[in-house]
Design a protein around this ligand. Sequence first.
Ligand code: NAI
Length: 393
Amino acid sequence: MINGSKVLDHPIRWAMVGGGKGSQIGYIHRSAALRDNNFQLVAGAFDINPERGMAFAAELGIDPDRCYPDYKTMFEKEAQREDGIEAVSIATPNSVHYEVCKAALEAGIHVVCEKPLCFSTEEGEELVALAKKKNLVVGVTYGYSGHQMIQQARQMIKNGDLGDIRVINMSFAFGGYNYKIEETNAAAKWRFDPKKAGPSFAMADVGTHCLYIIEAMIPDMKIDKVLCSKDAFVEGRELEDNAFTLMRLNGSEHVQEGAKVYCWSSSINCGARHGHVIRVVGSKASIEWDDERPNQMTYEIEGEPVRRLERGAGYLYEEARVEDRIGGGHAEGLFEAWANLYRRFALAIEGMSKGEEEYGDFWYPDVEAGLAGVKWIEKCVESANNGEVWVKY
Ligand code: NAI
């Protein structure tokens, strides 16, 4: 159970790039990182507009000397301080991730980066190699994977409760982008600009969350090939607002050879909120998890009544109970899931700094997971652009 007990020798001196005033995701980064006192926000370059960013930093209570106009100045000035930053989170539009991540690693700073990590596998591989060379952590905020029921699913699959996995049916298909929202909403506008968003909108924005969740549930999962069909249904969009992806998996310990995964990534699913549901079908049983009801997961054994597993319950695997913060019955949510991830990032940073490499089943979305998402987007786009054909992974 997490109850605020001290975990690290000292809180990690932490900064943010992006996530400025009015941004969509900045606040949850701060809430999650600061929740357990493992990080201390000491500096920031929060905004594309330097004055606005510095004013916001001051509003957050940051020392005026450490409210920076841009990330380059921040890394340079912080390197001159004895108490300079040790970690930085990047919560900017996608096009900025790679350059800030690379600069941070070169400056010897651990990174938490938004998804997608970068635009191409070449860039991703470079970041993987750099993080390794510098012995630094790169965490990626696939925030939903911090929910405790994802841990439960991982243990159930590992222990063979589902038998061999044959089918995964998943979606992150939200509504609200069924008209030109980008004409009035700045955060939607950059998402359809390939220079700022990269080669994909719907798959990069939401499909990668599904992908990481199943990677977390099935750590040895190997994609053999992908087939993708994507569309921009709303006229004038340069990037897809809807995509269907089919994947064939190689066999592994708990995956039947040729298992199929279907992923619907969408922003035009009228009437839906998130539409983010993961159903894993094995040879003995299925599980289903919905991000809008994250405290529950159904467990359906063939021939038996449906069971609804509840977060925090004593019958869950131990691994699914260690991050319980308030006891079963109380609803935890996305803020707790993110806080769990930030806690793991902090533990990984401390472990890495002390040279501890063995974490047991401790896992977090790392730089390899960031690269995996980028590769998936690349392969899906290749498949769709080549006439919706199977593409070898
Ligand atoms: P947004 O457009 O609402 O905010 C972006 C922020 O970054 C703004 O404060 C802007 O001023 C700042 N910024 C832009 N360029 C900058 C630069 N060069 N230096 C410093 N600050 C800069 O965007 P939103 O929706 O918050 O998305 C940011 C990132 O977070 C994206 O990569 C997106 O994919 C990701 N995201 C992730 C989610 C998740 O569940 N993990 C959910 C929503 C967004």
